[in-house]
Design a protein around this ligand. Structure first.
Ligand code: CO
Length: 152
């Protein structure tokens, strides 16, 4: 194959749905007060089971992941009062918190956001849950949406 399928070139587009640097929706994150109650809601309402649960100490959150096709619903609740998610819940209540986009190379995607004048929360990629590498882009400058770049 000599033709380049994606604009990024050499990023190894595994699926045909890749759009530029974004290869897939990794997860949609929903901030909740009670993780067990939220998981129970998804189970009772949609028959959806939690596939993975993990505490991310650096972020002060616990997550419960519900797998939907190749993506996840990520239920997150704070593990301590000074967690950013605790502050989010206090200010806005439960609801949509951020969108995680899968990328082939988190550092390269972060550089692209920086080069485009975007505002970053993480200046460099850092460890996320499930052994991923992640970086957050500030909602101011990103159409009001907190964006997480996720490299598996
Ligand atoms: Co996330």
């Amino acid at each position: 194959m000599s033709s380049t399928a994606g604009a990024s070139g050499g990023a190894g587009a595994s699926g045909s749905g890749a759009s530029g640097l974004l290869t897939e929706i990794d997860h949609v994150a929903i901030a909740v007060r009670d993780l067990d109650a939220a998981a129970a809601y998804y189970r009772a309402t949609f028959g959806a089971e939690v596939a993975h649960r993990e505490q991310i100490e650096s972020d002060g959150v616990e997550e419960a992941l519900i797998k939907v096709a190749d993506s996840y619903v990520q239920l997150i609740s704070p593990t301590r009062p000074d967690s950013p998610v605790a502050k989010f819940l206090e200010a806005k209540g439960e609801g949509l918190h951020h969108v995680g986009y899968r990328v082939a190379d988190c550092a390269a995607a972060l550089d692209a956001v920086r080069a485009a004048g975007g505002r970053l929360i993480d200046e460099t990629p850092r460890p996320g849950s499930r052994g991923t590498t992640v970086a957050f882009v500030h909602p101011k400058g990103a159409l009001g949406t907190l964006i997480e770049l996720v490299q598996e």
